[in-house]
Design a protein around this ligand. Structure first.
Ligand code: ADP
Ligand code: MG
Length: 373
């Protein structure tokens, strides 16, 4: 994947743009009480279309660096992330984040399950594999460590040390971002990683219904740090950081009638995701604009690992059912600033249905779908 397109930020400094992937989750009958079928579908490996709510005889077409259709496997998604991993062995930074509405597949994509591990376990395995394959003769010693945190209501909380207080985000003289007080655990193998990661993730998501909701209202951030030290004097040391992030749900919190604590959370989610969108926009635009990293905790944390010489992949997860329509539209507009209205009905002739047992009404034509708005 030749994904690192360096663009000039206007000051002759090379700035990496963010590589944008979209993943469409498979249609789920349980998410479609009205049995309306899908409102979005893939066209090819870069393009997709969604029905136009203003005029159901039209579709809106979007183009991305890569589009992962409903049949895409966890391994295929991982392959679109894999090329950034070698950089963290040479003192560079990288980030991968899953964006999208609750229920669209962010956690499936990043964490996955034991049968279908996601980007996080696959990336950690790959980093160990790369480090173990390093030849002694190259003259470097490697050490790998992890931190795991949650950003909830603009507070930074240590998931490896439950009950800890909001932690500060600082910048050192070399412009590295750090969090003093955050647990950093050295890990020597994948199973060592799992031993820390699995219980911390379970804590976050299954302790109670309330926390379950919370998992969609906070950003979970896994940091993998690779430090390499030269054997011989002057014993140069390089640190590479990889952030793997399962973001809070991007659904429009203004529409959900939130009150009290929910309203406060909504404000925090909106602030950090809105700031993230501004940061990604300014990194991906060719004109010189200020990158507003400091406007939220999330982007402040990512300041040295998103843009600049860092390597980043954003995976936007979307769901095909109509009840997600406006959230999907919002997520696609976040991920792509360019879209094309295509004047043709949304018909199912090119939908590749590999599994015969799928519902018949997978996609319907514009007339039938008849949504005016
Ligand atoms: P999110 O984290 O964005 O709220 P989840 O990852 O929890 O969404 O996904 C919602 C549901 O859809 C889960 O039951 C999950 O297992 C399922 N799911 C998501 N993506 C896929 C996929 N690509 N293939 C199969 N099931 C999926
Ligand atoms: Mg989730």
């Amino acid at each position: 994947m030749a994904q690192r397109v360096a663009v000039s930020d206007g000051a002759n400094k090379k700035v990496s743009r963010v590589w944008v992937a979209v993943r469409l989750r498979p249609y789920m009958g349980t998410q479609d009480e009205k049995d309306e079928g899908s409102c979005v579908r893939g066209l090819d490996s870069k393009n997709l279309e969604i029905i136009n709510w203003r005029n159901a005889t039209e579709t809106v077409k979007y183009s991305f660096d890569v589009f992962h259709g409903e049949q895409t496997t966890q391994q295929e998604v991982f392959l679109s992330v894999k090329p950034i991993l070698p950089h963290i062995l040479t003192g560079q930074n990288a980030s991968v984040f899953a964006y999208g509405p609750t229920g669209a597949g962010k956690t499936h994509t990043m964490m996955g399950s034991s049968n279908q591990p996601g980007v996080i376990p696959r990336a950690v395995r790959e980093v160990f594999k790369m480090v173990n394959a390093k030849n002694e003769d190259e003259g470097w010693d490697y050490s790998i460590g992890m931190s795991y945190l949650e950003i909830y209501n603009e507070k930074v909380l240590d998931l490896l040390s439950p009950g800890s207080q909001d932690l500060p985000i600082r910048e050192d003289k070399d412009k590295n971002i750090l969090i003093p007080g955050l647990t950093h655990t050295t890990i020597t193998s994948f199973s060592d990683f799992d031993k820390h990661f699995v219980p911390a993730s379970l804590n976050r998501t299954t302790a109670s219904t309330k926390i379950n909701q919370r998992s969609s209202r906070s950003h979970a951030v896994l940091l993998l740090k690779v430090v390499r030290t030269q054997h011989a004097p002057p014993h140069r040391q390089q640190t590479g950081k990889l952030y793997l992030i399962d973001l809070a749900g991007s659904e429009d919190n203004r529409r959900t009638g939130n009150q009290g604590i929910r309203l406060k959370e909504s404000g925090a989610i909106n602030l950090s995701l809105f700031t993230l969108s501004k940061v990604v926009d300014s990194l991906n635009s060719s004109t010189a604009v200020r990158v507003p990293y400091r406007d939220s905790k999330l982007t402040r944390l990512l300041q040295d690992s998103l843009g600049g010489s860092a390597h980043s992949v954003m995976i936007t997860n979307i769901a095909p059912e109509y009840k997600f329509y406006f959230d999907t539209f919002g997520a696609l507009n976040f991920a792509s600033k360019s879209k094309l209205i295509v004047n043709k009905p949304f018909i199912c002739e090119t939908v590749a249905v590999a599994v015969p047992a799928l519902p018949v009404k997978r996609a319907r034509n514009g007339q039938e779908a008849g949504r005016s708005g």
